[in-house]
Design a protein around this ligand. Structure first.
Ligand code: ATP
Ligand code: MG
Ligand code: MG
Length: 418
């Protein structure tokens, strides 16, 4: 990591772009980079500073990401399409070489952390609807307006923008011990090596504000509280693997559990591969479990197990599709049956939601009506993001805006009798 060609070591207070950005604390890291919370002294806002590893392949990857992020920002001047905004980029010389740095708007926790905080129990359906709405808005923009396929949609790559509604916020009083706990975020507020007192005070005030907001959110979730009072909005991030629909560089795309069947089969892909991942994410938010977790077994590999799991949930892959990919011959016989996994146990989505996740019949029916068309084995038959945005399941969030709504209570008690 921290050597030639590797990550750039950063300490709180380090300056970037001739002192414009001041590092505060590490937010996360990935294969390509480390990401820091930084204070932008020019705009007086907090930003996420992604410092790419210096080796040439990482620099190339950063330039690739910048190409997409620039198109995204140019096409959305009002920053309202639920996609991460690139604010700036520059080169930074360090002891390990030149690092390309990307400056993003600062966002909150990922959906993966949200699911974890909720103890993998699944998130309230009204919240899942809101999150799905944001992600679909992003996908519609990327697909229809920009002709971009994200290719790596998963909970980790959707970050929350959380705002706590102060009027309904029980956190302030109940969780003040957590908010004040010093070990919560030890580096927040630390701005070393900065001489100008004024700047330091400004930075400290703003950091304190942000850390309060973030910690109060973590406070609620860690206590297993519902996310009541949080307006859930989010943005799609990580364009390191994105591609233009007519200029695809890779056959193997997507993170395993979110991978579409046509990708496994080597049958080509388009925007609809993102839609498959989207439906997997929606299921995971609502239940707390990944939908498909394929494993290698005796005599079969992950790909085969993955296809078997899909067929157990969704029925047999039509023969034409099963036998139509460049990898089909390895996996399927000429009848369209898997060669090495012969016995499948059918467990359809609706029944899983009711039997395993204890959804009410109404909730299960509405949710599976929304998801099943997206899980079509024929990619061209899947609804587009634009079409999904019109689906009644998403619209029902407008009819039931909150918990006080009497219709919701009625529906719950009815389903309880079913
Ligand atoms: P990957 O291996 O996932 O491609 P990467 O090196 O490309 O990693 P990112 O996924 O872009 O890095 O970012 C790494 C982590 O940094 C994220 O998972 C997230 O926790 C955090 N992060 C990234 N961007 C932001 C942001 N704008 N605001 C807050 N945190 C962020
Ligand atoms: Mg990532
Ligand atoms: Mg990346």
């Amino acid at each position: 990591g921290y050597r030639k060609g590797g990550y750039h070591a950063v300490r709180p207070g380090d300056q970037f772009a001739e002192g414009r950005y001041i590092a505060q604390r590490k937010l996360g890291w990935g294969t390509f980079s480390t990401v820091w919370l930084a204070f932008d002294t020019t705009s007086s806002i907090f930003v996420a500073l992604k410092i790419q590893r210096s080796a040439v392949e990482f620099a190339q990857a950063a330039l690739h990401e910048i190409e997409f992020l620039t198109a995204i920002a140019e096409g959305d001047p009002s920053n309202s399409k639920c996609v991460i905004r690139l604010l700036d980029h520059f080169k930074h010389a360090g002891p390990n070489g030149q690092h390309i740095c990307l400056v993003f708007e600062f966002l909150g926790d990922s959906l993966l952390r949200l699911i974890k905080y909720n103890h993998y129990k699944g998130i309230e359906l009204s919240k899942v609807r809101e999150i799905c709405g944001s992600v679909l808005l992003a996908l519609d923009y990327l697909h229809r307006e920009l002709r971009i396929i994200h290719t790596d949609l998963k909970p980790e790559n959707v970050l929350l923008i959380s705002t706590i509604n102060p009027a309904k916020d029980p956190v302030r009083s109940e969780f003040s011990p957590i908010l004040e706990r010093p070990e919560g975020n030890p580096n927040v507020g630390v701005v070393a090596n900065v001489n100008e007192k004024k700047l330091w005070r400004k930075a400290k005030r703003a950091v304190a504000k942000i850390s309060e907001r973030r910690q109060s959110m973590e406070g609620i979730s860690l206590q297993g509280r519902s996310l009541e009072g949080i307006d859930v909005r989010c943005k799609v991030v990580d364009f390191g693997n994105a591609c233009w629909v007519d200029k695809q560089l890779m056959d193997a795309i997507q993170t395993r559990q979110y991978r579409a069947p046509e990708v496994i089969l080597g049958a080509g892909y388009s925007f609809s591969a993102d839609m498959w991942s989207f439906a997997c994410v929606a299921f995971e938010l609502a239940t707390g479990d990944m939908l498909f977790v394929p494993k290698t077994g005796k005599g079969f590999d992950e790909d085969e197990d993955h296809l078997a799991l899909m067929m157990e949930l969704l029925g047999k892959i039509p023969r034409k599709i099963a036998t139509g990919g460049s990898r089909s011959k390895d996996l399927f016989d000429r009848h369209g049956d898997l060669k090495r996994i012969r016995r499948l146990k059918s467990w359809p989505l609706y029944r899983i939601l009711v039997e395993k996740y204890r959804f009410s019949n109404t909730d299960a029916r509405e949710f599976s009506d929304f998801l099943l068309p997206i899980f079509d084995f024929a990619p061209e038959k899947r609804p587009t993001a634009e079409q999904c945005l019109q689906h009644p399941w998403l619209k029902s969030s407008n009819l039931k805006p909150n918990h006080e709504n009497r219709d919701v209570g009625l529906e719950k008690s009815q389903s309880g009798m079913n």
